[in-house]
Ligand binder design. Structure first.
Ligand code: KG4
Ligand code: ZN
Length: 340
């Protein structure tokens, strides 16, 4: 007998991207993301503006996702949404919308942990993408998170280490601000890093025990370094921008890879999956490929559209929970500080 198709609508609104996606089983039919340009003017996400923009975008984005997928809302099997972690005002928009829609259609509601979703995005069925075998290590690196997680099964995850202050994406963005680059600065630093000398300048690496990370000291180190050099030569930044970017990137990738190496050593697991906006970075991708050659690791790098915040990753978690009939009560609350 042919199995019935399961259609999941995923909704993501944890930070500054409003996104909706439709999955048929584990395959993506649509993944629509409306990013919010407004925050660039302020050099960072402004929570109040983010929640207003979600409010404005949510209906058109969901409408577009259904239209692109070529299905009617009455065909949906369940609605999955990001419960947390994230900005409260932003989460409330997606949570309320998902509840109303699921209630109106009389279908199950499924709450999703955003951090689990960054990891489980690897289980979206895609050509040319191998799914990591259990157990594997996942490193989530973005503007809001930096974690190394041991993943034993879909919903059996253990955080082995995380940042004690800034996330790695913030280290990129704040360094970029010091250099006068636009927000978010990660992609621009990455582009320039590939044109510069990574050993031109040395920055101090944080000393944090175990598998935890710290990036706030590096940010201050870069700030003082640039201030000192600009005092001596007002054109220092313009004249050396590619070398500065290459040196920052070299330092950051060095920090991430050192912790990954330690995690592999401690757990004996050498299947490594990455996720989050910074996994688009050319330096980390190259370092992981090198580790495959040198250390026998296997790395899993998501397709670009599933690295930054998106609803496809929420919908795949929705699908996996749907299979287990792990549904939410309608009084479930958005939670800003949700743990894995
Ligand atoms: O996952 P994401 O879209 O949102 C958060 O949850 O934060 O990640 C955005 C972050 C920003 O900090 C951005 O600068 C960084 O990802 N980013 C990069 C690159 N592309 C995006 N950082 C370094 N290199 C890149 N190529
Ligand atoms: Zn994220």
């Amino acid at each position: 007998m042919k199995k019935e198709n399961i259609y999941i609508l995923g909704i993501e609104s944890s930070c500054d991207d409003t996104s909706a996606a439709v999955l048929c089983n584990d395959q993506i039919l649509s993944n629509v993301v409306a990013d919010q340009k407004i925050h660039a003017e302020y050099g960072g996400v402004v929570p109040e503006l983010a929640s207003r923009a979600h409010q404005q975008n949510i209906v058109p984005v969901v409408h577009q996702a259904l239209e692109k997928a070529g299905i009617k809302k009455e065909q949906l099997s369940a609605v999955a949404f990001t419960r947390g972690p994230g900005l409260m005002g932003s989460l409330l928009v997606g949570t309320s919308f998902a509840k109303s829609l699921a209630y109106g259609l009389d279908i199950p509601l499924i709450d999703v942990n955003h951090m689990q979703a960054h990891i489980l995005a690897h289980f979206i069925d895609e050509d040319h993408h191998n799914k990591p075998p259990f157990p594997f290590l996942a490193m989530t690196i973005s503007g809001g998170h930096t974690q190394i997680v041991k993943v034993s099964r879909y919903f059996e995850m253990e955080v082995l280490g995380e940042t004690i202050d800034d996330a790695v994406g913030e280290a990129y963005d704040k360094s970029g601000k010091v250099l006068g680059l636009g927000y978010p600065a990660g992609p621009e630093i990455d582009r320039r890093a590939q044109l510069g000398n990574p050993k031109a300048y040395q920055f101090t690496k944080p000393k944090v025990d175990g598998l935890n990370f710290s990036f706030s000291g590096l940010k201050t180190n870069i700030l003082y370094f640039v201030q000192r050099e600009v005092k001596a030569n007002p054109n220092f930044i313009e004249e050396n921008l590619n070398d500065i970017c290459a040196s920052i990137q070299y330092t950051i990738i060095g920090i991430l890879m050192a912790k990954l190496k330690l995690a592999v050593k401690e757990t004996g697991i050498n299947h490594i999956a990455i996720g989050g906006g910074v996994s688009a970075n050319s330096g980390i991708r190259k370092a992981l490929k090198d580790a495959e050659q040198k250390s026998g690791w296997t790395s899993y790098i998501p397709k670009f559209e599933y690295t930054t915040d998106n609803a496809a990753m929420i919908a795949i978690v929705g699908y996996l929970k749907y299979l287990e009939k792990d549904f939410s009560d309608f009084d479930v609350m958005a939670t800003a500080r949700l743990k894995i």
